[in-house]
Design a protein around this ligand. Sequence first.
Ligand SMILES: [Fe+2]
Ligand SMILES: [Fe+2]
Length: 155
Amino acid sequence: MYLNTRERRHLRNLLAPLAQRPEVQQMKQFTQHGRVSTYEHCRRVTERSYWLSLRLGWKVDEPALVTGALLHDFYLYDWHDKRPGGKLHGFTHPAAACENARRVFGISKKEQGIIRSHMWPLTLFHAPVCREAWLVSLADKWCSVEETLAGRKKN
Ligand SMILES: [Fe+2]
Ligand SMILES: [Fe+2]
């Protein structure tokens, strides 16, 4: 979105330690929407969440916001593959992403909540309970629609 230079630099500094990890870079192998990889999608959702927090003037836990946003789709498979239960991807992947993030990075309970609730209201029993989770859930829906529409236009 439209982050200024200072905001962009700040976000880059917050993101760098996690984004450079090879486990996170693995998300480049998987397609999310259209021609957008899961890694690129997660970067876009992180930037959009951060942008929303600034423009809404919400005080947020920035490290939790950035970690939750970057790892919200850290499920590490291609959801387009035909696999048992593949149709249930929308319902099941937040739990898979959360478990991977917990195992690999030992993320906090708050960060786990952000990941678990990002598909709400699809995941009925995992609603966002903090402002960081609301921001990631909203940014994810916004970016997903944009990426899907952009993919259709080019096809
Ligand atoms: Fe997702
Ligand atoms: Fe997503």
